[in-house]
Design a binder for this molecule. Structure first.
Ligand code: PMP
Ligand code: GLU
Length: 382
């Protein structure tokens, strides 16, 4: 019996793969310094968990509408108004099983075989794979207008933006974003703006969404976000999308046939979180400030190692370190660091950045500094 060529050609997730490999060693009793994680090391704030308990006690246990409960629809609309500065009506929002499924529904709703989608480097590992799964072709560009202009062809149907960025923590500036939206004006190109790290920005930077720039930008931009990163709720699996009615309703139609809706109890927790009451706001800021402090201390330590370089991340909880002057093959380096130095990182190649390693800063400061020390000792022995 055969499997489909679609699934046979799909690469496994490099980020989740590293997490699984580190777990195999941990289960054997090996102590791993885990800097591969793409999820907060903080627990979900207690006030969110309490809101979920209360919902269970009220007997929340049924299917809901495809887009979400009325309360979740209201919370998504409020959130997009507050943070993205855009007004959406109820049929312009949709909750899904994590931002990952918001993305895959969007991709399936707007791309078909023969289409092209532009992805900016470095990129989160799942974008090209999900685009290929839809039969379309990922076209890679650098995050500057010249490179994007060159990548656009009559087949271009979408461009992905991810700011703050996984894997390098960069933030797309307002002038670049405005220039890009001007460039796209009047075209047939959707903008899929993955803003999942929107809460995690440093150095006083403010998050902005390109959806807010103009009528044309509003009509072509799908904003994707969720509860995983800013609220430390990865396991609750709630992603949210807001954008043009035509695209969001197409995604809702796909969701209706595939998954119906997301778990009602997770929706109740998400309603509480997206409304950001003051006690939660304080927790969000505490976590954000911790990532910023870790970034500062990590950079100080890693840049002391001869031959390594790293752009200063302005958001998210990752840093992309250039190891190419010390070790040519990043995949081999990540494997050896795991196996020999017991430090888990993720190779840069699956993010479109050969020669680099992605170091996750969603770990305690002690672990981060221990990881840097082990990396330094490993390189010293080569
Ligand atoms: N987009 C980016 C850039 C991410 O790093 C992640 C993290 N896995 C996601 C989307 C998906 O997040 P989730 O499915 O946990 O909401
Ligand atoms: N986004 C995270 C990461 O890049 C979580 C794992 C995943 O979904 O890829 O590590």
């Amino acid at each position: 019996m055969k499997l489909s060529s679609r699934v046979l050609n799909l690469a496994p997730s490099a980020t989740l793969g590293m997490k699984a490999r580190a777990k195999v060693l941990q289960d054997q009793g090996v102590k791993i310094v885990s800097l591969s994680a793409g999820e907060p090391d903080f627990e979900t704030p207690a006030c969110i968990i309490q809101a979920a308990h209360q919902a269970l006690d009220r007997g929340v246990s049924r299917y809901t509408g495809v887009r979400g409960t009325d309360a979740l629809i209201a919370a998504m609309r409020l959130k997009f108004k507050r943070d993205q500065k855009v007004d959406y009506v109820a049929n312009q929002v949709l909750s899904s099983v994590g931002a990952k499924s918001s993305l895959s529904l969007a991709i399936d709703a707007c791309l078909e075989p023969g289409d092209e989608a532009i992805i900016l480097k470095p990129y989160w590992v799942s974008y090209p794979e999900l685009v290929k799964l839809a039969g379309a072709e990922p076209i890679f560009a650098k995050p500057n207008l010249e490179s994007i202009k060159q990548a656009i062809t009559p087949k271009t149907r979408a461009i992905f933006l991810n700011s703050p960025n996984n894997p390098d923590g960069s933030v797309l500036g307002e002038s670049f974003l405005r220039g890009l939206m001007n460039l796209l004006e009047g075209s047939e190109i959707w903008v899929i703006s993955d803003e999942i790290y929107e809460h995690l920005v440093f150095d006083g930077v403010k998050h902005i969404s390109p959806a807010s720039f103009s009528k044309d930008a509003y009509d072509r931009t799908l904003v994707i976000s969720g509860v995983s990163k800013g609220y430390a709720m990865t396991g609750w699996r709630v992603g949210i999308a807001g954008g043009p009615e035509k695209l969001v309703s197409a995604m809702a139609k796909l969701q209706e046939q595939r998954y119906t809706c997301i778990p009602a109890i997770c929706q109740a927790a998400a309603v509480y979180a997206l409304n950001e009451p003051p006690e939660l706001k304080a927790e969000i800021e505490r976590m954000r400030a911790a990532y910023e402090m870790r970034r500062n201390r990590f950079l100080e330590a890693i840049l002391k190692i001869d031959g390594l370089s790293c752009e200063k991340p302005q958001g998210a909880f990752y840093a992309m370190v250039d190891f190419s002057r010390r070790y040519a093959d990043d995949q081999d380096l990540a494997n050896r660091l795991l196996g020999e130095a017991h430090v888990a990182t993720v190779a840069g190649t699956p993010f479109g950045a050969p020669g680099f390693l992605r170091i996750g800063l969603a770990a305690s400061l002690e672990e981060i500094l221990e990881g840097v020390q082990k990396i330094s000792a490993f390189l010293g022995k080569l």
